[in-house]
Design a protein around this ligand. Sequence first.
Ligand code: SF4
Length: 338
Amino acid sequence: MNGTFNLLGMTLAQLQELCVNEGFPRFTAKQLCDWLYKKRVDSIDAMTNLSKVQRARLNEIATIGREHPVRCQVSKDGTKKYLFPVLDGHFIEAVFIPDDGRATLCVSCQVGCKMGCRFCVTGKQGFHGNLSAGDILNQLFSIPEFEQLTNVVFMGMGEPMDNLDAILAATQVLTADWGLGWSPKRITVSTVGVIPGLKRFLAESPCHLAVSLHNPVPQERMAMMPVQKAFPLNQVLALLREYDWSGQRRLSFEYTMFRGENDDLAHAQKLVDMLKGLDCRVNLIRFHESPEAPFKTSLPSVIADFQNYLNRHGVICTLRASRGQDIDAACGLLAGKE
Ligand code: SF4
């Protein structure tokens, strides 16, 4: 019989509590972590150093929570987009991006999104629910490329700061010695700037942060990103300036280039002024046109001028390579449609 909750995604503290409640010895929690996160078994019966009685009880109350992807689309550039079933009848996507010596998985954290950014296909779907820490980790654990992964970015469907408990639990599993033991430097969490979540993230997580900026002019940003109304960029930047970025943790800003909207040198200059003195970098992203979004891609020469302007004026600026465009795996195109 299948149990009612998933073990995948539970932290050591949560598993210890479970063991105490079930009358299991406390060290069983550590054994569970080993099976879940080091050996990555997909059945409770495979946990052979647990007693038969313990396994039977766990099978009554829980399952591992592993779900295989139901579809994989492969781009001509090697990028792969996986579709996973979650929450009654919904689907989410994760994108595997191999790149010279690196292999990054871009994971989703919500089904749809509440933020409604006008250039984003996910935002158009509305919001259908939060993923659990287990749903998030399953995107890594259940793809054949798990062993190759060097990095994870929380830049798929959803706004991480709007589902922060699950993000913090998932990143704890990824980084703790009882979990996967990854360096936090391998993990980047993105946000459009939801301040309450961001404050907590800065205090409680050591992972890298990427802020989706996209436009330095408040009125223009508000027209693209409704979150600007509730959490204006100047308040987000004030919060980021209070934080000490001199350690290992990195701050970056994502800036998607929209033709005639935010790609001229006047915007570049405002961006430079806005970021002055902040230890950060800017990642420019080529916009991928979609019939569902009323924006066009900037011309390559315009993007190059913008990038050069930033670099000349002391802001480290890179252009992110476009990946997986032919399978709709690029930024802002994840729809989770079966
Ligand atoms: Fe949500 Fe990110 Fe899309 Fe904005 S860009 S609607 S925050 S998924």
